[in-house]
Design a binder for this molecule. Structure first.
Ligand code: MG
Length: 375
């Protein structure tokens, strides 16, 4: 927390609702620092390097992966947390863990696996992130999972259906009671939005799927690009793009801090318990909210539905769906450690196996199962 005192409404490690399995307190670091450290050391975290958001991993070396995305989210979230005197370590832990449960191939992978799992309770990446840190990581002698604090786990579970919430014990309670998570979790959540909107613009233009003329029709981009061009009329396109994106991030972060500080001042929560009962306090101003949504819509229509992205998605869907069907028809095709779990519940064990795959591993495994010639 960098020498500044935590605000009364911040999460406090010494007042944490604790871990599922009792452990001696950490030495020389707080419980939230320990959570963050455990996340960074996990296998699922390292796999993020080879999982994608929009572009498939082998498309190019310069695009964001889920790992660099998570680092960008953490960096933005920490700046906001520090300004608002929240616990930076908790904010960082939630940001770094928020995508741990993501399937290969971004949203298409998630949607495809969800469709395969529909008869067996569905698949939801948020819930899967929690499952990774609660159960699937196997590295500690005394317990399954990473045994994180309640506050980190609650932050990871950004949304959840009521039906699922009822099966999750204390971490699901807030959905039943319609309460809010910590301000640290709210901050990580909005930092996620700032990060992906901006890096998708950047990657979209870099890949040639979007161009600056199209983006000139999006208010928040146009406004910042005009300001850059007024100051630097002859700036080459690549630097124009970077400078515009940089300024957009700055505007969004500054607005988020200003609006949230104002909300906090108005509601004056005296503790994290009061935060849980209030409206969401970490928020954009109405104008920036609207502009940010316009940008999101633009990306959906022009980037995520671009025919080249759709082609990639179609292949990704086929890979996930065919992998699931093959493994479902014969669980002996699973690696031994998953066969054991498959004995208890085959579809869920298969979903865990597929969700844990990186893009390239899924492509390779698909080839191993379906190619007739030697691979
Ligand atoms: Mg994310």
């Amino acid at each position: 927390m960098s020498g500044r005192e935590l605000a009364p409404y911040a999460a406090r490690p010494e007042r944490s609702r604790g871990r599922r399995h009792r452990e001696p307190p950490p030495r020389g670091r707080s419980d939230y620092q320990r959570d963050r450290d455990r996340i960074v050391h996990s296998t699922a975290f390292r796999r993020l390097e080879y999982k994608t958001q929009v572009f498939v991993n082998h498309e190019g070396d310069l695009f964001r992966t889920r790992l660099t995305h998570s680092l960008e989210v953490a960096q933005i979230a920490r700046s906001v947390a520090r300004s608002l005197r929240l616990d930076e370590d908790l904010t960082e832990a939630v940001a770094l863990a928020h995508d741990l449960g993501h399937t290969p191939f971004g949203h298409t992978g998630q949607d495809s696996l969800n469709a395969c799992m529909r008869p067996y309770g569905g698949f939801e990446h948020n819930l899967q992130s929690l499952r990774v840190v609660d159960i699937l990581e196997q590295r500690y002698a005394a317990f399954d999972g990473l045994n994180l604090t309640f506050e980190t786990r609650e932050g990871i579970l950004k949304h959840c259906s009521l039906k699922n919430a009822r099966t999750l014990g204390e971490v699901g309670e807030r959905f039943v009671r319609k309460q809010r998570p910590s301000l640290e979790a709210q901050t990580a959540n909005l930092a996620d939005e700032i990060a992906y909107n901006n890096h998708d613009v950047d990657d979209g233009v870099r890949s040639g799927l979007l161009d600056l003329d199209q983006l000139a029709g999006v208010r928040i981009f146009a406004r910042h690009m005009r300001a850059v061009l007024r100051q630097y009329p002859r700036l080459p396109p690549r630097r124009l793009r970077h400078e515009t994106v940089r300024r957009m991030i700055d505007t969004l972060v500054t607005d988020l801090i200003r609006t949230s500080a104002e909300n906090i001042r108005r509601h004056a929560p005296a503790s994290i318990e009061e935060v849980r009962l209030a409206q969401p306090l970490i928020a954009f101003s109405p104008r920036i909210r609207e502009e940010s949504q316009e940008l999101k819509r633009f990306l959906r229509e022009n980037l995520y539905r671009h025919y080249r992205v759709v082609r990639m998605s179609t292949k990704a869907r086929r890979i996930v769906t065919e992998l699931f069907a093959a493994l479902r028809s014969d669980t002996r095709l699973l690696p031994p450690e998953f066969q054991e779990q498959a004995a208890e519940g085959a579809p869920r064990a298969i979903a865990d196996y597929i969700a844990g795959m990186t893009d390239r591993y899924a492509i390779l495994e698909h080839r191993r199962l379906f190619a007739i010639e030697e691979t």
